[in-house]
Design a protein around this ligand. Structure first.
Ligand SMILES: NC(=O)c1ccc[n+]([C@@H]2O[C@H](COP(=O)([O-])OP(=O)(O)OC[C@H]3O[C@@H](n4cnc5c(N)ncnc54)[C@H](OP(=O)(O)O)[C@@H]3O)[C@@H](O)[C@H]2O)c1
Length: 280
């Protein structure tokens, strides 16, 4: 079946909606509802986006999007989980991956559209994890499978075992190189680019992409919207996974998909990435 998204648009991640200090269910649901109304393409969650009291908090929030838009894809992740107030652990063993997948299906009430091995970079026996993912897909527990936080070497290794339907790696503008994106483009694998703004604690986006910021100002849009629009224009086969926690910012970011990119912004984005040594 694979994992397919429309060619241009934004995925909403719910990590901060669950984990941010002071996060509330009502606040999270308001952001998810606004995002679905505005045409967000999919919701990204994980077993790890749990509260101390609820191991499935992130999946329940994602599930709320399905109540509004029944066909919306839900991406979740296995093998990384919360073990205390400020503690998370990694276990990519087949048993853990299987148990996580079954729990995700139970909470979502249907097979997840895509199950990713969350911390592919921190698993010792990746071959066994990947074989288990393939078996879960084969048995219909999940619709599609992939890796998150995977190097090109790990992707080669996994693809020697089975077909990989998607990859989710960090691609923060001006910080992360594009090697895995280029690999996925070449292989025809959807690339989910998480934390494009560098996450909630990153230095201001405008300082990392100053030319994009200047172009955004000239066009009267936010630097966030301009950078996402430029990314969608320059990176076919890639979808940003953003982590807005306010209705205002999620709507601003989703509007990037409809923004027509002109040459000055196209050049600004390419030059900003190149000048930081992370060109496409
Ligand atoms: N696979 C993995 O290992 C992994 C790891 C980390 C994250 N992720 C996924 O990626 C998602 C995004 O990650 P993230 O939240 O760290 O990164 P992010 O989207 O790069 O950064 C979020 C920050 O950007 C701000 N922002 C977003 N849109 C904005 C706009 N239009 N204008 C102004 N500010 C804007 C948010 O502000 P407000 O909060 O004020 O809206 C928030 O402070 C997560 O929710 C998760 O689903 C995956």
């Amino acid at each position: 079946m694979g994992f397919v998204l429309p060619p241009r648009g934004v995925v909403l991640g719910v990590a901060s909606l669950v984990l941010k200090e002071g996060a509330t269910i009502d606040g999270a649901l308001a952001v998810v509802r606004a995002a679905v109304d505005a045409g967000v393409l999919a919701i990204d969650t994980a077993r790890a986006y749990a509260t101390v009291d609820d191991d499935a908090a992130g999946e329940r929030i994602a599930q709320a999007a399905r109540a509004q838009a029944p066909g919306i894809p839900i991406i979740t992740k296995a093998g990384h989980f919360r073990v205390g107030r400020a503690a998370w652990d990694v276990d990519g063993s087949p048993e853990r991956v299987r148990a996580d997948a079954v729990r995700s299906r139970e909470v979502l009430g249907a097979p997840p559209s895509l199950l990713l091995l969350h911390r592919a970079d921190r698993v010792d026996e990746i071959d066994a994890s990947v074989r288990e993912l393939a078996s879960l897909r084969e048995r219909g527990v999940v619709e599609a499978i992939g890796l998150s936080n995977a190097s090109v070497e790990l992707l080669d290794r996994a693809r020697a075992i089975t077909e990989i339907d998607a990859v989710e790696n960090r691609f923060a503008f001006g910080l992360d190189p594009a090697a895995e994106y280029r690999y996925c483009l070449e292989a025809g694998i959807p690339f989910l680019a998480y934390a494009p703004f560098g996450g909630p604690k990153a230095e201001p986006l405008a300082t990392r992409v100053p030319r994009v910021a200047a172009s955004a100002m000239a066009h009267g849009i936010s630097v966030h919207r301009a950078a996402l629009a430029a990314m969608l224009d320059a990176m076919p086969g890639a979808w940003p996974v953003i982590g807005s926690t306010r209705v205002e910012s999620v709507l601003d970011s989703i509007a990037a998909a409809a923004h027509e990119v002109e040459d000055d912004l196209r050049r600004a984005f390419a030059e900003d990435l190149r000048s930081r040594g992370v060109g496409l």
